[in-house]
Unconditional design. Sequence first.
Length: 708
Amino acid sequence: MKNPLFYLSAFAVCLFCATPAKAKNPTPDFSEETVTDEKINNTSPANPSPYKGEGSVDASQRGGEVKATNATSDQMNHDLLSLEERLKSLPINEASRADLRQRLIEYREAIKSRKTLSSLQEKEGELGLPDEVKSQDSNWRQRLKATRSTDNVAADLAQKTQPKPETPTPEVKSELQKKTKDFSTFPVGLSVGKRNVKPSVIIRGQEDGTQAINFENWLLPFDDVIQALKLDLKNLPDGQLEVRSPGLVTRIDPKKLRNDPELGLVFSIQDLNTLFGIKAQFNINDYAIELDVPWLNQSGSRIGQAEPPIILEGIPRIAPGNFSFGAIEQKLNASGSEGTSASYRGDFLAVGSIFGGSWFVRTDQPNFQDASTWRLAEAQFYRPNDQADYIFGSQPTFWRSQGVSDYWGFTYIQRQGFTPPQLFGGGFVDPRLRLQASQIGRTITGTAQPGTLVRLAEAFGDRVIGEVLVDSSGIYRFENVRSENQYYGSSYRVLLYPEGRLTAQPEIREATYSIVPGQLPAGSSALVFSGGLRRELNNSLLGNFSDFRGGVAQRWGLSENLTVGVGGVYDDSARGLAELFYRPSNLPLEVAVSALSGSKWDVNADIRFNPTRSLSASFTKYSFSNRFNIDWRVFPGLSLFATTDSRDATGGGVQLNFSGRNAFTFARISLDTENRLRWTLLQRLGRLELNQRGNEIGTLSEFTYNFS
């Protein structure tokens, strides 16, 4: 066995940091211990240290100078008693124990004679624990656990994992001393649920052989609790610690925790319940503290919107040819009656790829048997990329045109800062869709009590988009939340967990919003240029091209709520173009307005207001009509509606819909100011279906049976 001198450093630290001021009052001192750049102060106004200047240590030294006054004989007796108790816990023989006892006494005298600990260590050599003792005693770390004394000042300053506690008020300190005056340190096991995670932990408490005494004030070392509960700690700029586990996200102020002279920073049993919602009990038979962890066996939620990456490594890349056919379709309709010959009408469609883009052709065949009557209805070449699109051929204009003939030309679109919606299927492409954003980041904010964990989750499903722990401001904020459905809106739930406890029932708030078609993300822009000719159909395959038309415009996303656009077009005459798309954050309002100037202004507007999920109103304005609608869902299955049109009468009605396992019913009936009654009825029962429609002119009834 190695020389017992190896025990000297750790025992000296334990003895001198744990020694009370008076032997007659062995009450632990929950003293203040604050760290600065230069000193550590470990004094207590209620129980001053017997050593002059003790606790004022230069952090740059491993130990520093400790100045001591003469101790009383009572204190020496108490020190020797503590020494004997600790020596008995070591797995060494009596000869080694006696030698170690003598060296510890010399070590104490060296300190009192104002020798520095660091110089003494240099003299005696590096003091460590023998390897054979480590192998014999699995709890050697707990038995010789270092405390916050001169020996671990440098480690504390380097790690800063445990900020120093504040000084308790004299009243609080006096009350704690009364409750814990008979407490002592002893080893116990630590269990999480029914599983023992730490066979031996040095704690401070008291038991009478049958039960724990004043159990809520028992003290457990900070590090042991963190390790047993597998908590992740993060230092915050304000000095607090963020504590995170699968069932808990909260913040604690280490300055409000207690500091034990032997155990260092500690949690009380009451602290575990208050801070983490963990209840505990002492099992006298197993001699272990059992922690009832609410989130035991709970796994963490996946947070974030990131989709799993598509791995293309190892997959061969096949380059498309310069020209290919994707699909060809020929439709033929035959009709005839008694006394008339049969007629055949066709429709030909083809789509494919060419020179890195796609092509699309559709031919109208009014008389399939006579090729001279065939007309080229549509033909388009489309080549997109991430920032720009090129469209050549038949297409709609990016501005609203009043012309009746179709438009053939070239359109160029340049985008910055956004991605257009994904086009499904092949064929004809509308340039106006390529000026819209597929996703727009929105900001969701609200208020909650400080310490509340707020999670943003999908309305349907368990996927968590993001989370935030509310600070002292009481405000939570989620930025750049994507809205991917511009027609039906995006629905999210805001879940508020009090005190960050994920095992508690959360408060649920709705967060629903949509995008106005044409709206762009903040800071993005789109430029469009188009020029071409108007086509008029005649007896030829291509028709007659004349009358130049064209325009240029640009849109800017000024904020996440507002997009504006300006431009100019030539359509029979030069006209100015202005656009506005608005969706405020705190109001369920959507506004889309575009206007063409000229001798007569042409204004198109689409305004929608949805104050609740059950009530919606909309106003649409076109060149020849203004229309207003309102719908109110009284309860699931029953709705009331009303509508008015500048070119038609005002009316209203009721709508019913019910569904079951093998049955479905839909009914709608309305009456307008001109006494026109209109109704629709659809009844489905198993494979039977009844469909009936009626208005002021007549009725139509259909009865269907589906054999498959």
